[in-house]
Design a protein around this ligand. Sequence first.
Ligand code: APR
Ligand code: MG
Length: 278
Amino acid sequence: PHTSKWKVWSEEDVIRSLPERSGNVHKGTFGTGLLVAGSDDMPGSAALAAIGAMRMGIGKLSVFTESGARNVIATLVPEATYLKRDFSKRLNDLGQKFAGVAIGPGIEPDEQLESFIHGVLKEPLPVVLDAGALHKRAYPKRTAPVVLTPHPGEFSRMAGIPTGQIASDRLRLASAYAQEHGVIVVLKGQYTVMAFPDGSGYVNTTGNSSLAKGGSGDTLTGMLLANICTYANIKEAVANAVYIHGACADLWIRENGSATLTAHEFSRLLPKVMHQLE
Ligand code: APR
Ligand code: MG
């Protein structure tokens, strides 16, 4: 790719681009997000994403999930509201009701989910797709951004590229996909790359191997949802979520053994990390 259009996203970049939150604001200022996540078998991923979104600063959050999952999550995230999930029902006027939507953690992909995603992509609001929502598909032309957050295995599945070829060529492959499909690709792992449809991109340097544990990606999805709802600039929204997510893990290993991180505990470090950046 045009590496001149790529840069490392630094702490100074984060500090410069954190949105102003003081003054005459109210919860509506920071948007209402819709989280489509979790299932009876995987309630935790929705909880982790919801906690990530609330901690990161979203104004209000609605979680669209299965009823079994809701009973688990509601006690963990009392700040959110809950909608009983029925993918056969179209959610109307999403663009009016919500500032952004994230879909995928803790959901098994099936045809109903796929047609739901197609419906959402027709609505004029930014969308984050992760985990069960990541597949080979065509993306419609739209003005609101689409953010895809694959780990290398998911990127392999959605791009049809063998996993073995991805590791050595992450920046170029993510950028090619982003430009071809008109989407933002957050290809996760050590040095997460963020590729934008215009050929530009950022590389993240925060985070460490303590994050290599189920659940840490779900937290990131929630943090991204918060940022797409609260930032005017989508590149800054994405880059800051990725940077801050990694920075929490970096703080974790300063005080704790790196094997011991759990996603729900490391998101408790968000207040401290954000305080240092504000
Ligand atoms: N250095 C820095 N960051 C890392 C590292 C590392 N060595 N390893 C992992 N991470 C970060 C990634 O960048 C990403 O932000 O941790 C997060 C991991 O996200 P996912 O891979 O999506 O993990 P998660 O969804 O929480 O759990 C894995 O996904 O594919 C399914 O079945 C799989 O249950 C598993 C689940
Ligand atoms: Mg994941």
